[in-house]
Design a binder for this molecule. Structure first.
Ligand code: ZN
Length: 164
């Protein structure tokens, strides 16, 4: 039938499977954080099929409330490429970004954000507000949510269950 949507477009399928692949690596980063007793959230920044930076939560290790996975990855990516602008890059993160991270994502000009689990208590990628796509700001990201969200959610749930 004519006008059949996305599933028949091979480029959409390719992007979806590469999103899943990169998100799996972000989940590996999240697991590594959990093993160090940090909240298991991981992030990867990718451009043209290459990793620019990655990170996981390290707020306890660094005694730094700003050491969220996204910020660690953004700092690494900017340092690695010698330019603070991450235009054209995709940021993969296992949990919806908070206000601080969404602000840094907008400032760093990341083009695309792919996140896993929604965060109803802090998420600024659509759950509470959508800072990533506020057209009043000078930068606007493409956002894809829910990629491998079950895996990200169960990682977080088991982490907090063990600590209760
Ligand atoms: Zn954050």
């Amino acid at each position: 039938m004519a006008g059949e949507p996305s599933a028949s477009d091979p480029s959409v399928g390719d992007r979806a499977s590469s999103d899943e692949m990169w998100m799996s690596l972000a989940i590996d980063c999240a697991r590594a954080a959990g093993r160090q007793n940090e909240v298991p959230v991981g992030a990867m920044i990718v451009r043209d099929g290459k990793i620019l930076g990655k990170g996981n939560n390290r707020t306890i290790r660094d005694t730094d409330p700003s050491a969220h996975a996204e910020l660690v990855a953004i700092r690494a990516a900017a340092r690695n490429q010698g330019d603070w602008r991450l235009t054209g890059a995709t940021l993969y993160v296992t949990l919806e970004p908070c206000a601080m991270c969404a602000g840094a994502i907008v400032l760093s000009r990341v083009s695309r954000v792919v996140f896993g689990a929604h965060d109803p208590k802090a998420g600024m990628g659509g759950s509470i507000e959508n800072l990533l796509q506020d057209k009043r700001l000078n930068h606007y990201c493409e956002v894809v949510s829910g990629v491998h969200s079950d895996e990200s959610t169960s990682l977080l749930q088991s982490f907090f269950r063990e600590r209760r």
